[in-house]
Design a protein around this ligand. Structure first.
Ligand code: HEC
Ligand code: HEC
Length: 273
């Protein structure tokens, strides 16, 4: 889950900003503002999905795409009555007066409602509802070919371990964020991917991911997957590099190639079973 925390942060920020401006309008209780950020993991989305299938799908449909007969709208695109997580929370809690959209059971804990919000939020980035310029098939070819992305990234068990597993990167990242990951990788690097440059007794500096560290020793793995272990008392210098080891593709890929890669990355999500 740590791999996704970068996106989660932006999401948190967005939620914080939205709820700030909203709370002045509706003066919501503080808990309502925090909840969306707390219940936003894959687990929560899954729980929300299950609850939705039981309680909401008879009107909104199993795919949440709405149903003309019941008049329940499609929830996978832009919503008519809410544009923020707090707004969706309130609709579920309070219903839409005068319509078939009734409030949920008053005993239902807030956490459950937030899981529904997380599930509905996850639908908005369903690849089938988002229009992208690129072509995902061309993107795969670039990923495995020219971009050599798979030397560092694993997708569905194939590829390297020098970067995060991207098998489900499309679930938590917007197309814009995926683009930024490629053109400006040093923006906002998760500490998991920081590197250490260490010079030991042999005087040769080496750089690698920190694999383990205790009071007596530190171990790093370099780009060729070699492990180097340094007793602490032999370390001459140690610097932490908070930048990404991923190269920027701003110059080496054309705009349309980057679009193709975004289309491919955005399509990466949990496999249907
Ligand atoms: C009995 C049918 C019915 C059930 C069950 C139902 N809904 Fe609805 N829902 C509606 C209708 C009808 C509307 C449209 C109300 C309106 O705006 O006129 C609606 C609207 C909504 C909206 C606002 C959509 C928008 O575009 O703003 C959300 C969000 C929503 N429902 C979520 C849920 C969730 C989550 C559940 C399950 C807990 C649920 N609904 C259960 C009928 C239903
Ligand atoms: C030398 C290894 C390396 C190569 C080659 C590489 N990456 Fe990365 N990539 C990383 C590392 C390390 C990170 C995590 C640090 C960061 O956010 O930049 C990362 C992060 C990412 C992320 C953000 C994932 C997340 O969950 O935060 C995406 C998307 C991505 N890379 C796509 C690509 C694509 C597409 C290519 C090929 C065009 C590529 N990478 C090539 C090492 C690499």
């Amino acid at each position: 889950m740590g791999f996704y925390s970068k996106f989660k942060w932006k999401w948190l920020l967005a939620v914080a900003v939205c709820s700030l401006s909203l709370s002045t309008l509706f003066s919501l209780p503080a808990t309502a503002e925090d909840g969306g950020a707390l219940y936003d993991t894959f687990y929560d989305i899954g729980q929300g999905n299950r609850y939705f299938e039981r309680q909401c799908s008879r009107c909104h449909g199993f795919d949440a795409k709405g149903n003309d007969e019941t008049g329940a709208p499609d929830l996978t695109g832009r919503l008519r009555r809410a544009s923020t997580e707090v707004g969706i929370f309130n609709i579920i809690r309070e219903g839409v007066p005068g319509t078939a959209m009734l409030p949920v059971d008053a005993d239902l804990p807030d956490a459950k409602v937030w899981q529904l919000v997380a599930y509905i939020g996850s639908l908005r980035y369903d690849p089938s509802t988002v229009e992208l310029d690129g072509n995902a098939d061309a993107g795969v070819a670039l990923f495995r070919g020219k971009g050599d992305c798979d030397s560092c990234h694993m997708v569905r068990g194939q590829g390297g371990r020098l970067g995060p597993d991207l098998s489900r990167v499309g679930e938590n990242a917007t197309p814009d964020e995926l683009m930024t990951s490629m053109t400006n990788p040093h923006d906002d690097v998760d500490p998991r991917w920081w590197t250490l440059r260490i010079t030991g007794r042999d005087g040769e500096p080496r750089t690698g991911f920190r694999m383990s560290e205790d009071s007596f020793s530190v171990r790093i793995m370099d780009n060729d997957s070699n492990l180097w272990s340094y007793p602490k008392n032999e370390v001459q210098s140690m610097d932490r590099i908070e930048q990404s080891t991923m190269p920027s593709y701003d110059q080496t890929m054309s705009e349309s190639e980057l679009d193709d890669l975004v289309a491919f990355l955005f399509s990466l999500r949990r496999e249907e079973n």
